[in-house]
Design a protein around this ligand. Structure first.
Ligand SMILES: Nc1ncnc2c1ncn2[C@@H]1O[C@H](COP(=O)(O)OP(=O)(O)OP(=O)(O)O)[C@@H](O)[C@H]1O
Length: 282
């Protein structure tokens, strides 16, 4: 059934569901009113309901990741308030509640963005990734759809990295290509596909691909990838990522420095600093 026409649940766990925001590769996101037990100042939160069944052990691992992410205390990571298993919608359903970022993401922003705003959101994302890395956590799925947009206290646009490591922990068997607006595979260091573990290095690659897409509107590969997941994987493993026209020389140099095999930038903080320099250029 098309999720956009599926009947809207009125409640999930003890949340009052208001409306469907959208669906991604791993689940659906609803705007919802949180239960009083959380004691939140927020009137609404985003409730993500995962598509795949999540067993007890995977859920426990997911909660551990959430605690570690919360302990990393990055101001640039989307705040997650709660996680629960829920059998009312379907057996073994996992849900989690996070802060609502009403301006959408770098993949589907609610309004057109100035270049400086895109660079700021990207810099925040790289800082978020670095904060997680310092805490020993690899995000594992950085792409423009996971860069949510917020208005900072001074009125400037900011970026928040969402979904840190969760989908990987909760639904480890899920196919890596997506049906959503962005294909996560196009933002995955090919080394990960051939067996490398997520690391600072693979996340710097993902940041480079994310910067490229956000600034040019196109990906490093001919898209859509596919048509089948295996075709997509073959395409990514046999094609060299191409830095496309449309970038200023300094922007192209930063993207290349993220993708380099031999002299890749060492940390996400280096990427963030590079973005800060780009922001300061006339
Ligand atoms: N915290 C949030 N605040 C506002 N909108 C959100 C939030 N989280 C997700 N969304 C929006 O909900 C929709 C679905 O998001 P979701 O994270 O499920 O998709 P995705 O990033 O494409 O997929 P996935 O992360 O599962 O690979 C998107 O339009 C996304 O921008």
């Amino acid at each position: 059934m098309d999720v956009t026409t599926a009947p809207l649940p009125t409640a999930v766990a003890d949340y009052e569901v208001l409306h469907l925001i959208g669906a991604g590769a791993h689940g659906r996101c609803y705007l919802a009113r949180p239960p009083a037990r959380l004691g939140l100042d927020e009137e609404v939160v985003v409730l993500k309901v995962l598509d795949d069944r999540v067993g007890e052990q995977a859920f426990t691992r997911g909660v551990r990741v959430l605690r570690a992410v919360s302990a990393a205390a990055s101001p640039y990571v989307v705040r997650v308030f709660d996680a629960a298993r829920e059998d009312a919608v379907r057996e073994d359903t996992a849900v989690y509640a996070m802060e609502h970022c009403p301006l959408g993401s770098l993949a589907d922003s609610a309004r057109p963005l100035a270049r400086i705003e895109v660079l700021t959101a990207l810099e925040h994302t790289a800082r978020a990734a670095h904060d997680l890395h310092q805490a020993g956590i690899a995000h594992g799925g950085i792409h423009p759809g996971n860069v949510l947009l917020v208005e900072e206290p001074g009125g400037m646009l900011g970026g928040r990295l969402s979904d840190p490591g969760l989908a990987r922990v909760l639904t480890p068997g899920a196919v890596v290509t997506g049906t959503g607006r962005v294909d996560p595979l196009a933002f995955t260091d090919p080394a990960l596909i051939t067996g490398a573990a997520p690391s600072r290095r693979t996340e710097v690659w993902a940041l480079g691909a994310t910067i490229h897409r956000a600034l040019t509107g196109v990906g490093l590969y001919d898209e859509p990838l596919g048509p089948q997941p295996l075709d997509a994987i073959r395409q990514v493993l046999t094609t060299r990522p191409q830095v496309r026209p449309g970038l200023e020389p300094a922007e192209a140099a930063l993207v290349r420095a993220c993708l380099e095999d031999s002299a890749r930038l060492g940390t996400a903080a280096d990427v963030a600093d590079g973005l800060a320099v780009l922001r300061s250029l006339p």
